[in-house]
Write a protein that binds this ligand. Structure first.
Ligand code: G4P
Length: 533
């Protein structure tokens, strides 16, 4: 097998999703710890200990203590090359998360054992199912009082509509948490919180099987007999495990553990790597692109400006979809219609960047963006040209009218707004026949407006005037050539246009959408602007 194929085959690229506080950052950090990418837990995030937050790039993140933008981390483990796509937990930045999921081949869903499935879990899960990628579940915080494992797995099945298969089963929870039973190996992994020094180092897990006479001392009679009943019930009633169903996103393998204390993290990592897929093929306008195809191809899923104040630069994150990338190679930017050399390709470990010479399908690289890329753009080799399906824009739910306070700052305002919109942090629209001096901004979350205001002030030195609009729903008009002025609409419905000149309507309620459809025969409205999945 060609060397580049061997490299692709050992790649595993996944995103971790969760509702805020379920333990996504802690789990990510522990995976990095096992991969040797960090030496001590607490390096990725340590709000309390005032340690510098490595995955927080922007000042605003530091002020608020939330992870605003996604970061990408690569590490090696047992000859696998792993790319973790970290995603912002805050719901207001979910659009960034949706896009990151487009670059992943599988997802790990972290669930708080006391809370079960939460709002943000549901939303993110839905995006994963659109792409049919494998979804693994890590039920975290078993060292705290937890809901019954039956309840938790039932809830995942009922609310998210995916079958589950418990790979291991917890023995007690909270103070009574003694470990997990590994169903395939038929072994008990015992939990000893004291030894782990709060999970700062790797934990040694000791194993014994169910017939071990020492178990009743270790677990106590009650827990042991509950465990034996549980195991019997699971093995008797549970559905068979099917790796094919896992790979097709129809069955989620469930693991119980505690990221904080490291318990169950390494067995999870090993099993996850065994079951998850190598880089997946991607749809393009010429058909599916095989990752093993020797021609390089990639798409832009994220753009981030001013990651490093000292450099004032803009980085486009590419997901490589096929072939091999060599530093200095020439590629075609399909949307821009021109050849280019990718400058300073970087692999990122949050703030630390490393210039790289080679990267392969499955990898994420950051390249210098001279202001030409947009989200969803395709880059490919000049002797095999095509375009990937693109990334849909998710419908904003908040709108505001924005203009510069000082009209002399018009140029900076337009530059700032355009660049931030290209990054996909916000969407900008204009009034029909309007100018760029006053725009309508759409955002998925209210907090994005604050980030916009902050960034315009800090990075572009423009103070803005912002007036919130009452609209919450957006629909693109699909009928070609339709004059929006001819539409019969309720007085609070507004017609605006996106920067490509497409007309769209914003509504204050769903009722108004129905009204518009009823009063305008043949009107076709769509929720997504841009490519569909
Ligand atoms: P997130 O990225 O999903 O938002 O969650 P994060 O990892 O930041 O974890 C949220 C809180 O839950 C943190 O506590 C973290 O220490 C705690 N946590 C994570 N995993 C476990 C676990 O397995 N067991 C227990 N008991 N706690 C866990 P915090 O006090 O909010 O922050 P910090 O000061 O510890 O960083």
């Amino acid at each position: 097998m060609a060397d580049y194929k061997k490299e692709i085959e050992r790649r595993r690229t996944f995103a971790i999703i969760s509702h805020p506080d379920a333990g996504k950052t802690t789990l990510t950090e522990k995976l990095l710890l096992y991969g040797g990418a960090i030496q001590q837990a607490g390096m990725v995030k340590g709000k309390r200990h005032m340690r510098h937050a490595v995955s927080d790039w922007m000042d605003i993140e530091k002020q608020r203590g939330i992870s605003v933008t996604s970061s990408v981390m690569q590490f090696e483990y047992n000859n696998y090359c792993i790319n973790i796509l970290d995603t912002p937990g805050h719901a207001d930045f979910s659009e960034d998360t949706y896009r990151t999921l487009m670059a992943a081949d599988s997802a790990v869903m972290v669930i708080d054992a006391a809370k079960g499935v939460e709002k943000q879990t549901r939303k993110l899960f839905k995006v994963c199912t659109l792409r049919h990628i494998p979804i693994f579940t890590f039920i975290n915080k078993m060292d705290r009082d937890a809901r019954s494992p039956y309840d938790l797995t039932d809830q995942i099945e009922q609310e998210l509509g995916i079958k589950t298969y418990a790979m291991n089963w917890p023995i007690g929870s909270g103070r009574e948490f003694k470990g997990v039973y590994d169903r395939a190996a038929k072994k008990i992994l015992t939990f000893t919180a004291e030894e782990t020094a709060n999970g700062k180092h790797q934990v040694e897990e000791s194993a014994s099987d169910l017939s071990d006479p020492k178990l009743s001392d270790l677990l106590g009679e009650d827990l042991l007999s509950t465990l034996k009943d549980d195991v019997e019930l699971l093995d008797g009633a549970g559905a068979d495990f099917s790796l094919e169903d896992v790979r097709r996103g129809k069955l989620s393998p469930v693991f119980f553990g505690s990221a904080l204390t490291n318990f169950g993290v390494e067995p999870f990592l090993q099993e996850f790597l065994r079951m998850t897929t190598t880089p997946l093929p991607r749809k393009a306008d010429i058909g599916e692109i095989d990752p093993m195809d020797s021609h390089f191809s990639a798409f832009v899923f994220k753009i981030q400006a001013n990651m490093n104040k000292a450099h004032r630069d803009r980085v486009a994150f590419l997901r490589i979809c096929s072939g091999e990338f060599d530093r200095g190679m020439e590629v075609v930017h399909m949307q821009g219609g021109r050849k280019m050399k990718l400058m300073a390709p970087q692999q990122l470990m949050a703030e630390q960047r490393e210039i790289i010479d080679h990267a392969y399908a499955g990898d994420i690289i950051g390249v210098f963006d001279p202001g030409v890329f947009s989200i969803g753009d395709t880059l490919c080799a000049s002797d095999k040209k095509f375009c990937f399906g693109g990334i849909p824009t998710f419908a904003p739910e908040h709108f505001a009218r924005v203009s510069p306070k000082d009209t002399m700052k018009r140029k900076q305002f337009v530059k700032g707004m355009t660049q931030i919109a290209q990054e996909g942090a916000i969407q900008i629209f204009q009034e029909l026949n309007g100018s760029m001096e006053e725009v309508v901004v759409g955002a998925v979350g209210q907090l994005q407006f604050e980030v916009l205001e902050y960034r315009l002030e800090n990075e572009y030195k423009v103070d803005i005037r912002m007036e919130n609009l009452p609209h919450e729903y957006i629909r693109w008009i699909e009928n070609e050539g339709l004059d929006p002025k001819s539409l019969d609409l309720t007085s609070d419905t507004r017609c605006i246009q996106d920067l490509k000149g497409n007309h769209l309507l914003i509504f204050v309620s769903e009722w108004n959408i129905t009204w518009a459809l009823q009063h305008n025969h043949g009107l076709q409205l769509s929720e997504f602007g841009g490519a569909k999945l």
